[in-house]
Design a protein. Sequence first.
Length: 131
Amino acid sequence: MWLEVCIDDFPSGRSRFGDVNAFYPQEKEDFRNLNSRLEQYINLVKGLERDNLQLVNELRHLHESWGQQNTEYKASISKSLLINRDESIAAIKGSAKQAIAARRINERIDLFQKRIDFIRLAEQGDRARCA
């Protein structure tokens, strides 16, 4: 047995389940608030997307306008650094060679000084014997 219900069978705000409109004004207000907040969030997201797109475009423009120049600049700096490094290494090697040569010269001077001292002592000994 099927029960047919017609809209006219219940007065406005009433149903076979009771008073359905009892919370309706509060729910309606809650949904309006939620819809308003959702709209604000959507607008914020759209604004952020616009800002992001603008930043991406600016970065692309900077990369296109400066990218090649930066690459060339880096290459020239890199060449300059390599040349300076090679010159520094050559200077250090030259300095080391000069230090080694100076040490050898000082060793020879010390050796000659010892020989001179030995010869002087020998001369003094000869003079003492002859005297």
